[in-house]
Each structure stands twice: as C-alpha cells, then as structure tokens.
Design a protein around this ligand. Structure first.
Ligand code: TR5
Length: 144
C-alpha cells in the first residue's frame, strides 16, 4: 500500500505544473483568471493596453520575453477554434498588436514567435483566447 501511495504521490507531483494540468483540463466557458486581470482584481505586469486588447507578462515565462495578448472582451472566444467571421476584426487587432509589442520589446531585429494553444491536444490551459509572444532567445523547431 505504501508503494502504491508513493507511486500516486509522484504521479501527482509530476502533474503539478500548470501545463501538465492542462492535459487534463476540460474546455470550459466559465470566467477565467484573465477576467480578474482585465478587471484589475489581481495584479499583472501589463505592457500594453488599449480599449480592446491587453498584453501582460506570462507568470511562468518560457523565454526571456513571454507576453500574453488577450481580447478584453472574450465574446465567445474561449479559444481560436471558436472563432467566427464576426471575430475577424479583433483577431487582426491581436496580431497587429503583437507586432507593436514585439517592437516595444526590441524583438523586431532578431525575430520572435507567436503561439496559440488550442484545446487539450494544443495544451491550452486558460480558456480565454490568447496569443503567446515569445522572444529573446533562439527558438527550436519542431515545438514540443
Ligand atoms: O496554456 P495556455 O496556452 O492556455 O496559456 C496560459 C498561460 O497563462 C500560461 O503560459 C500560464 O503561465 C499563464 N498564466 C496563468 C496564470 C497567469 C498567467 N500569466 C500571468 N498571470 C497569471 N496569473 C496571475 N494567474 C495564472 N493562473
């Protein structure tokens, strides 16, 4: 029994990281932690804000620069897979803002990467559409 407990404990320790937990996350339409960031109920390191888009540093950075760009109004966009034609404007605005923020972060010369994780296979953990802007180091391909 003790061995069984050890195995289970190490299993759950291994699952403890947010990304690994994402593999078990069930896609959901409920409010997310990003709503609290948008409403300034919890602090975030905000690097850009306008009336439609908010950009802040990822709490668990995967590169020297790791910024999340989100629409301030989710409007059904739990993920890119939920996009409809009516979302084209905000999707374009998010992409263009990613370029502005990349410039602000000094990433235009060497380049950067944009990532959108979608659903369980894409390892999405927060169901409010977001772009990851990653830079400041050499990226690898293929991604993990
Ligand atoms: O896994 P996906 O693609 O859904 O990306 C979600 C991202 O949100 C991850 O890279 C997390 O590290 C990031 N994240 C999660 C939280 C958080 C955050 N970034 C900034 N601030 C955060 N707070 C305050 N709380 C989080 N739970």
């Amino acid at each position: 029994n003790r061995r069984r407990i050890q195995v289970l404990t190490s299993h759950f320790t291994a699952m403890a990281s947010e990304k690994e937990a994402a593999l078990l996350a069930v896609p959901s339409d409920s409010p997310t932690i990003f709503d609290k960031i948008i409403n300034k109920e919890i602090p975030a390191n905000i690097v850009y804000e306008d009336d439609k888009v908010l950009a802040f540093r990822d709490i668990n950075p995967q590169a020297p620069v790791h910024i999340l760009l989100i629409p301030k109004v989710r409007d059904g966009l739990t993920g890119l897979s939920k996009a409809e034609e009516m979302h084209c404007e905000i999707l374009g605005q998010l992409l263009y803002t990613a370029k502005l923020v990349a410039k602000q972060e000094g990433l235009l010369e060497n380049g950067f990467r944009l990532v959108i994780n979608d659903g369980p296979s894409g390892c999405q953990s927060v169901y409010h559409l977001h772009l990851h802007l990653l830079g400041g180091r050499q990226m690898n391909w293929p991604p993990g």
